[in-house]
Structures are given as C-alpha cells and as structure tokens.
Design a protein around this ligand. Structure first.
Ligand code: FE
Length: 167
C-alpha cells in the first residue's frame, strides 16, 4: 500500500514538491539589520516629493539602474557611502572594489545596516538587500566577490550618496 502510494506520488510530481513553481513563487527568507537602528517611515507621497524619479524607482520600487550609468563606479576617493533615502552610513571606500559589472560593488558593509530578502521567483535565487533605517532597496548580494569575504554587494549608484573624507 505504501509503495503504491509513493509510486502514485512520484507520478503526480508530489515528490518533487520543493522544486514546484507554487513553492517557488511563495517562499522568501529574510534577515533583519541591526534592530537598534531607528526606523524611518514615510508615506509614498513623501518619498516621491523627496527623491528623484530614478531614486524613487530603485529605492521604493526595487528597480535597477542601467549598468555603467553611475558616476560612483569611478569614485576612488576616501570617504563614506550613505543611503540616498535617509543618510545612513552603509559602506566605506575601503570596502569598494572594481567588479567590472557596471554597478558600484563592495565586498562587505558596515555592520547591521542592511536587511536581506531571498526570493525564489527566478530559477536562480537572488538575495535582495535594503536599508535597515528607511527600508529602501539598494541591490543584490552574490557569492562571487573577492577575498576576504567572497561577497559582492552590487549596489545601485543612484541609491547612494558619496561623502568624501575631510582633508
Ligand atoms: Fe535608508
């Protein structure tokens, strides 16, 4: 009886459930940034007023800027990269590297400044990350970065402001 049931399940594809489109479309895994970072909440209308259309599209609608369009690709000065939505410090210039992808890339972040969301909507899962203060979408993190972390934080330049170090 059990054997027969297992056989039927196999025929119906039930055994392959973890790979089924239904599960793929609904499952997400999330991490939170540092809970000590105070949240900044604004209405959609407020964000529209404060941000440029490009910033709004990326930060509030999880958009992606066209590759090679950000002047921050070539930013090599010493300083800090902050969230264009709320000013939270996210990366230092020491964390930046040239990934050759056309987006500003970093091998690590300041601690706790991002939450992540792993989605299974595409065939290859991607991990989205967003500002722990304003929730603004910044980019995706991949595992093909350089040592010592092996991470590539692929950030939309339009979601960042660069603040050069003084002196
Ligand atoms: Fe922010």
């Amino acid at each position: 009886m059990m054997k027969r049931r297992a056989f039927l399940a196999g025929l119906l594809g039930v055994g392959a459930w973890p790979l089924s489109p239904l599960r793929a479309a609904t499952q997400t895994e999330e991490t939170r940034g540092n809970p000590m970072i105070e949240k900044l909440e604004r209405s959609e209308a407020e964000w529209k007023r404060i941000l440029t259309p490009e910033q709004f599209h990326v930060l509030r609608q999880e958009g992606t800027e066209r590759a090679w369009t950000s002047p921050l690709n070539d930013e090599k000065r010493e300083g800090v990269f902050v969230c264009a939505g709320c000013g939270l410090e996210l990366f230092t210039s020491e964390m930046k590297y040239d990934s050759g992808t056309g987006w500003p890339s970093f091998f690590t972040t300041l601690p706790g400044v991002f939450g992540t969301k792993r989605d299974f909507k595409l065939i290859l899962p991607r991990t989205e990350y967003h500002c722990a203060r304003c929730g603004g979408h910044h980019g995706h993190v991949f595992n093909d970065g350089p040592p010592p972390t092996g991470q590539r934080w692929c950030n939309n330049g339009v979601a960042l402001h660069f603040v050069p170090a003084e002196g």
